[in-house]
Design a protein around this ligand. Sequence first.
Ligand SMILES: Cc1cc2nc3c(=O)[nH]c(=O)nc-3n(C[C@H](O)[C@H](O)[C@H](O)COP(=O)(O)O)c2cc1C
Length: 187
Amino acid sequence: MKVLGLVSSPRKGGNGHTLVENILAGAAENGAETELIRLTDVEIKPCLDCGFCKKEGNTTCMQKDAMADIYAKLEAADAVIFGMPIYFGRPNAPFLGFIDRMYAMANPDFSPRLPKDKKFATVITLGGGGLDVVEANHATLAGIFGGMFGWTDCGFLWKNMMHDRKAVAGNPEAIAEAKAFGKKLTE
Ligand SMILES: Cc1cc2nc3c(=O)[nH]c(=O)nc-3n(C[C@H](O)[C@H](O)[C@H](O)COP(=O)(O)O)c2cc1C
């Protein structure tokens, strides 16, 4: 089983990053092959809505950047973990930029170009917003990856009051929870 983690927080070693690392560690304990990509470490250009990906005969985006590699890794993955912090009530900009570029993975009739037999789970970190903010953002992802792409939604892990970048790293319970989440996902 291949599990891909995509983390959009710019904070290396921060809370979302650490949670996804430990979810992947839990999955690896079950024998999964894992990889984590920090979306802020790679170049992801904004979607141009140029129409190239929807023209007959084209199957992907015309832009040359890290998304070509990410599309291939998403295609190969059995499960995907999205890690995103909440900024102003919605996913931070690098995550939104990534979502926009997923447009190229849909056919002109908006059927998916990627296989549907994938699981996905979401890790949401935030500073003080409550479960309502988390649920609203999870619902957005469920609509895109569960609805449009047809992947199986395995729920979300969230941590609040995460202003301190090392809050999760210093919390063995949160680490254990993330590992257990990764194990369950790959049972
Ligand atoms: C520009 C900006 C906007 C933010 N907006 C919110 C917000 O609307 N609600 C909230 O609960 N936290 C907000 N935060 C706090 C982050 O969600 C919080 O620091 C987050 O847990 C960081 O997670 P990380 O350690 O995974 O990067 C904001 C932080 C920044 C930098």
